[in-house]
Design a binder for this molecule. Structure first.
Ligand code: NAD
Length: 486
């Protein structure tokens, strides 16, 4: 058991309590016990953090890009040195297995290194303008960025935003989710240690409806990047309109997997298990709708159900377990409600469907077979360990079912036919399509959604687009200039 921690916010380079002095408890979902206490930041605290970030912006944007990159690299080294402690904290507030948390922390270090290297590779262009003009573009930072993060990958998603924002010369106010604020606050402390000038990196904890909302409406915040539910994104867009903020939205999903009859079925079964049950299904691009071609449907369901029943759920610090806890009691209740809905709708419950006894929020890997794509369990994001398996007849039927969703975050195609694979990669309306693998994120490749899954891209050099404005500069080299005739 990791000892409980009391943390503070980081504002203007200082450890800072909430102005009100209030705090709130963070619960370890594996034990249902208090794990940490953090400040309950409100509008007032968001204002102070924005003021610090605004004051730091001019000098930071003028800091040479190589020096900005060096600070990101220094942060990466500090995180790497404390990877064990960060992984333990990530498990303790989120409930994911320690192995998953260690994987996330290693990926986060690599993400910081990626943007450390990217800082001085953010080029403008020279434009082949008409004769006697020299025209070029500059990539300039947007300003103060509000970075609002969900609870399923608390550290990784914070850094997906913070890395490119800082590399491009923005200053930031990071607000983690209230369920999982610990590792973001720890990261804020490391940023101070790494030597970021005061105010460049601010981290505040507090309710989305207060501290988060203030970031969205504050006139001095130029850009907000949210990862969260689609409804949160819709509200945010409306509220950001008043100050014409730039917004990036990484929202929900109901991602499909298509298992074609020619696929390697062992691979498709194991890959689909990971695709839907990793992180207890609390993954935005979980492949939660699995469509299997008629000819192999029965065999797939039998094998998939058998494997799901053999997954071990429990204490996330026990390396024998595949799946840890659901992050909150509320989320566990939501999963239970959807399982009831699925049964009422007539889907066939073939595995799981119950929570584990005892303290903590655990739910067994659950499989519904014979799911019709019109059912609520197939249309709405459950965000838990619930797989919906249905069937398709031919290519067109499969693509049509994959695309019949409000969301468009990701998809997997299981097939050994190259033509099918690449046609499907074109025909599926999603931000990412993976062939013969359920999930693999690379810091080097873009990630993001179409349709109700949001817009904008994180990771890769594309993420830098979200944190920069393109400025055009035109210089006359004695070329024709329109003037009034006198
Ligand atoms: P959420 O929308 O409840 O909260 C996300 C963040 O927004 C939190 O920090 C919260 O405090 C804040 N927030 C809430 N209301 C706000 C408001 N009015 N103004 C400003 N901020 C506000 O989402 P969650 O439950 O933390 O995360 C799960 C959701 O995130 C799922 O829908 C999942 O699909 C999505 N997600 C998407 C991606 C992606 O890249 N597309 C990745 C991970 C998670």
């Amino acid at each position: 058991m990791v000892p409980p921690r009391d943390l503070e916010m980081i504002v203007g380079g200082e450890r800072t309590c909430a102005r009100s002095g209030e705090r709130f408890d963070v619960v370890n979902p594996a034990t249902a016990q208090r794990y940490a206490s953090v400040p309950l930041g409100t509008e007032e605290d968001a204002d102070l953090a924005v003021a610090a970030a605004a004051a730091a912006f001019e000098p930071w944007r003028k800091t040479p890009a190589t020096a900005r990159g060096a600070l990101l690299a220094a942060l990466a080294r500090l995180l790497e040195a404390r990877a064990t402690e960060f992984a333990a904290a990530e498990t303790a507030h989120n409930g994911k297995t320690l192995a998953d948390a260690e994987f996330d922390v290693a990926g986060t270090v690599a993400c910081l290194d990626y943007y450390a290297g990217a800082a001085n590779k953010l080029f403008g262009q020279t434009i082949p303008a008409p004769a006697d003009y020299f025209v070029y573009t500059r990539r300039e930072p947007v300003g103060v960025c509000g970075l609002i993060v969900p609870w399923n990958f608390p550290l990784a998603i914070a850094v997906w935003k913070l890395g490119p924002a800082l590399a491009a010369g923005n200053t930031v106010v990071l607000k983690p989710a209230s369920q999982t604020p610990v590792t973001a606050l720890m990261l804020g402390e490391l940023a101070v240690q790494a030597g970021f000038p005061p105010g460049v990196v601010n981290v505040i904890s507090g309710p989305g409806a207060r501290a988060g909302h203030r970031l969205v409406t504050h006139p001095d915040v130029a850009k907000v990047s949210l990862t969260g539910e689609t409804t949160t994104g819709q509200n945010l867009m409306r509220e950001a309109a008043a100050t014409l903020k730039r917004v990036t939205l990484e929202l929900g999903g109901k991602s499909p997997a298509l298992v074609f009859a020619d696929a390697d079925l062992d691979l498709a079964v194991d890959g689909s298990l990971f695709g839907v049950f990793a992180n207890a299904g609390q993954v935005c691009d979980a492949r939660s709708r699995i469509f299997v071609q008629d000819r192999v449907y029965d065999e797939f369901v039998t094998r998939f159900t058998d494997r799901a029943n053999r997954l071990r759920v429990g204490d996330p610090t026990d390396p024998a377990n595949h799946i840890g806890a659901i992050t909150s009691a509320r989320q566990l209740e939501k999963v239970e409600q959807y399982v009831e809905i699925g049964q009422r709708e007539g889907a066939k419950l073939v595995a799981g469907g119950t929570r584990l006894d005892g303290p903590g929020f655990f739910y067994r890997p659950t499989v519904f077979a014979d799911v019709d794509n019109g059912m609520r369990i197939a249309r709405e994001e459950i965000f838990g360990p619930v797989a919906c398996v249905g069937r398709f007849s031919d290519y067109d039927d499969g693509i049509s079912k994959a695309n019949d969703t409000p969301y468009g975050l990701a998809a997997t195609v299981w097939t050994n036919d190259l033509t099918t694979a690449h046609r499907a990669a074109e025909d599926i309306r999603a931000g990412g399509v993976w062939i013969n693998t359920s999930e693999f994120l690379f810091n080097e490749a873009p990630f993001g959604g179409m349709k109700a899954s949001g817009y904008g891209r994180e990771l890769s050099m594309h993420a830098l687009d979200a944190y920069t404005e393109v400025k055009n500069v035109g210089v006359s080299l004695g070329g024709h200039m329109p003037v009034f005739e006198f």
